[in-house]
Ligand binder design. Structure first.
Ligand code: DGL
Length: 288
């Protein structure tokens, strides 16, 4: 099912003999999950991590639920094969569309990013704006999660189809990106939001642009901070926290490793070594 070189059969011994030392798996469609990875480095510096970016199939935010579920099955099967002890969904679109289905199919603990983000939002504000991919916005996953926690707050969501391609193309400081951001924020500013949730893990990369368009009264919520805090709690609960020094982070992508490695530098501060992983060629080629 896969072609992968150095990753096969390496961390399984840890998983079998000392499960605490097994890595945490995180994945996204591309560079968005790096915002979660940075939080893992900050909050859980002893954990070894495997990062997967599905760059051959980015963006996820315009895909159907059936496609996302199929991608999740492939990624989680691969993660399981790498011997990970836990998976953090560093992708809101996957959490919104596929988590419920796939979490029943895998015995791994799989952490959702939306609920921790929703909890943090209601702690901050009463008039909450959510910017997300079109698929996440359409699913109403944030709205439902927020209103379930506190039915007295108000929530408005905006799908932002142009953001992920602009971020993946590294056009963050392009004036066009600021124009697009202004248009997406306009309906939320009209509602006088006091809190804005990054409902896609790519968007914290845009914080300087968004911040320049928002009043200082508006709190920005990055769910990455909160999903990693939830991950720490879960590790403690399961007795899986690593106390040994971590292994270097391993990176794998389904697209071009060199391209990911180059864009990784600016977000990580080092140039990651990146491996290519191919899931079933038919699954990828059928969808492109
Ligand atoms: N970063 C992901 C998310 O949080 C996926 C974005 C995309 O590929 O459209 O939704």
């Amino acid at each position: 099912m896969y072609s992968s070189s150095i990753f096969e059969g390496n961390l399984h011994d840890f998983a079998d003999q000392e499960p605490q030392r097994a890595p945490i798996g995180i994945f996204d469609s591309g560079v968005g999950g790096l915002t979660v990875l940075r939080q893992l480095y900050r909050q859980l510096p002893n954990e070894s991590i495997i990062y997967f970016g599905d760059t051959a199939r980015v963006p996820y935010g315009i895909r159907s639920k059936a496609e996302i579920i199929q991608f999740m099955r492939e990624i989680l099967t691969w993660m399981e094969k790498q011997g990970v002890k836990m998976v953090v969904m560093a992708c809101n679109t996957s959490s919104a569309l596929a988590l419920e289905t796939v979490s029943e199919e895998f015995s791994l603990p799989i952490l959702d990013i939306i609920l921790p983000g929703a909890r943090a939002a209601v702690q901050q504000g009463r008039r909450i704006g959510v910017i997300a991919t079109p698929a996440t916005a359409k699913s109403n996953a944030y709205k439902h999660a927020i209103l379930e926690i506190d039915p007295n707050v108000q929530v408005w969501q905006v799908g932002c189809p142009e953001f992920v391609p602009l971020i993946e193309q590294n056009r963050i400081h392009d004036p066009y990106t600021a124009e697009v951001a202004r248009a997406y924020l306009e309906p939320l500013l009209e509602k006088e939001i006091d809190t804005l949730v990054h409902g896609c893990t790519h968007y914290p990369h845009l914080t300087p642009v968004l911040r320049s368009l928002l009043s200082s009264q508006v709190q920005l919520i990055d769910p990455a901070v909160h999903v990693v805090a939830a991950c720490a709690q879960e590790l403690d609960l399961l007795g899986l926290r690593n106390t040994h020094p971590p292994l270097p982070t391993r990176f794998a992508v389904s697209g071009c490793p060199q391209q990911f490695s180059q864009s990784g530098l600016q977000w990580l501060g080092y140039t990651p070594m990146v491996e290519e992983v191919c899931f079933t060629d038919t699954a990828i080629s059928q969808l492109q």
